[in-house]
Design a binder for this molecule. Sequence first.
Ligand code: SF4
Length: 327
Amino acid sequence: MKDSQWEHLYGPVPSRRLGRSLGIDLVPYKVCTYDCVYCQLGRTTRHTLQRKEYVDSQAILGEIEAWLHEDGEADYLTFSGLGEPTLHSRLGEMIQAVRGRTDLPVVVLTNGSLLWQAEVRAEVCGADLLVPSLDAATPAGFARINRPVEGIEIEQVIEGLRRTREDCAGEMWLEVLLASGYNDSPEELQALREAVEVIQPARVQINTVVRPPAESGLQALSAEELQQAQQALGPRAEIIAPLEARELMAGERERSEAQVRELLRRRPCTLSDLAAGLNMHRNEAVKYVEALLARGEITSSQRGANSFYMLVAEPGTTGERAADESA
Ligand code: SF4
C-alpha cells in the first residue's frame, strides 16, 4: 500500500462493501456536521454547516491523476474524508473531473446531513453510488447518536435523502449504525423503518460499533440483536457488521495497541508507516500512538521533517539497536 506517498488519498484498502476502494479525503481532521458518539476518528473539532474549499481541489485532482498514472487499480474511487465530504464546496466539480479521467466507479460516503440543499444533491448525483448514513429517525435519537450542529433537523435529513434518491440515477445504499442503548430501541427501529419506506434506498446496510469509538463505553449489538434489527428494518435490510462485533470490539483497542508495539519492536516508524503497516488511516493510528506515549511505552524522536516512534527499550535490549535496524 502506498499510503505515505499521498496527502489526500488513502489505500486502496480492502472494504467489505466496496472491494478495493481508494479513499479520497476531501476535508481535514475533523470537519463535520455531526459529532457521532461512535466516530472512530474521535471528537469533532470543527462542528460546522459551512461549505467551503477546505482542501485545495487542484491538489486533490493532481494526486488522483498521478495515482491513475502510477497504479490506477481499484474497484471504486471513494470520496470521503476525515469528516463530512459534502462540506467541500467543489465536490461536484471534482466528481465530474474524475469521471472525465477514468471509468472507475465513483462513490460518495456521506452522513447525508446536507442533502436537503438542492446544490449538494446536484453535486452528489454525479456519483455512480451513494452511501449515506441514517442512524436515527426521531429528534431525540438523532441528537443522542449523531450530535448534529445546530440548524440540522432529522426531518430535513430524511427529506433530503428521499429527494436525492428520486433525483439521482446512481444507486443508494443507506447505512444504519446501531449502538446499544442509543438507537436500537423498538421505537427507534420502527421510526427508522418508516424513514426507509419514505426514502426507498436500494439497500439498507446495518452496521454496529466495531472500531474504538469517540465515546468510551459504547457497546456493539450482539449477533442476536443485529438479526432482530434486520427484521425490524424490513426486507431491504442486510447486516454488514461482523456478527461477533461485540466480542471483537471488546478487544479491539488492546489488539491494535499490541500491533503498534509489535511493529515498533521491529523498527521505528512514522505515523504513515504505522498506518500503512496496520491497514488503517493515519488518524486512527494517532489514537493508539497517543495512548502508548501517555503510558510511556513508546517514545518519539524527530529526524528531519518526520517524527519517528519507537518502543521504549525493554530490559536486555537497547533503543540504539532498534534505531540501527531502521537504517
Ligand atoms: S458523520 Fe462520520 S466523520 Fe462525522 S462524526 Fe459521524 S462518523 Fe465521524
